[in-house]
Design a protein. Structure first.
Length: 235
């Protein structure tokens, strides 16, 4: 099974391809706005930061080739304190749009309560379990945000609204929207580089998180080979 992997930036893309000893001669195919790098069963592209860029790049990647069986949103992200420590891995059992909706006098209203759209995508349960077991990852909600959380108050508000939240990212929901449009299952894998909360770049461990991401993808091939025998759309 071939898999499209969508990251935000080239450093994340290269962390994924590095799991396969990717050399400079790794096959590269261009799509609008990005390059797709082939590594093992994975076609990996760095499509830009944020849900909009992620959705657009994933859609272009999927439109360029009809042979994919799975889409993965991958990269580093923030982990909620007490749930996902720095250096850990998180696999989403739900991918949510945390700030898609409207502010009202009584608080935030998700887009679904406004009568349209959706706020959650559900990766296949069996795949989430198997990937988590193979990589040692935690499982939980990964929240997609358009603004990285930078205060304790905002982190607390997100946890109050989403008690099962383990991590936040800026791309997962956008990738999931593109996958849904073409009827493909989606997965999100995040390596935790920092705690969700007050912004302290000196405490971030981006190198460690990228190394964890490389290690995770190095363990995925046997899982995906086995999972091809399961129902790919279980939920």
């Amino acid at each position: 099974m071939r898999v499209l992997v969508v990251t935000a930036v080239p450093a994340e893309r290269d962390a994924v391809t590095r799991a396969f000893g990717a050399a400079p001669e790794t096959p590269v195919r261009r799509v609008p706005g990005a390059e797709i790098h082939r590594a093992g069963p994975f076609d990996v592209l760095a499509g830009g930061a944020g849900p909009g860029a992620a959705a657009a790049s994933a859609a272009f990647g999927l439109a360029s080739d009809g042979g994919y069986g799975l889409v993965i949103s991958a990269g580093i992200g923030g982990g909620f304190a007490g749930v996902a420590p720095v250096g850990s891995l998180v696999v989403a059992d739900r991918i949510g749009a945390a700030d898609l909706g409207a502010e009202t006098a009584t608080g935030f209203v998700p887009v679904t309560e406004l009568g349209f759209g959706r706020t959650w995508h559900l990766p296949p349960r069996s795949l989430v379990r198997e990937v988590a077991a193979a990589t040692g990852a935690l499982t939980g909600d990964i929240l997609t945000v358009s603004t990285v959380t930078g205060s304790a108050d905002r982190a607390a508000a997100l946890l109050a609204a989403h008690p099962r939240a383990a991590a936040e990212s800026m791309e997962g929901f956008g990738v999931a929207e593109a996958a849904e449009l073409v009827g493909l299952p989606v997965l999100e894998i995040r390596a935790v580089s920092n705690a969700v909360g007050p912004r302290d770049r000196d405490a971030w461990r981006i190198g460690d998180a990228l190394a964890a991401l490389t290690g995770a993808f190095g363990k995925l091939v046997p899982v995906l080979e086995g999972w091809t025998h399961h129902d790919r759309h279980d939920s």
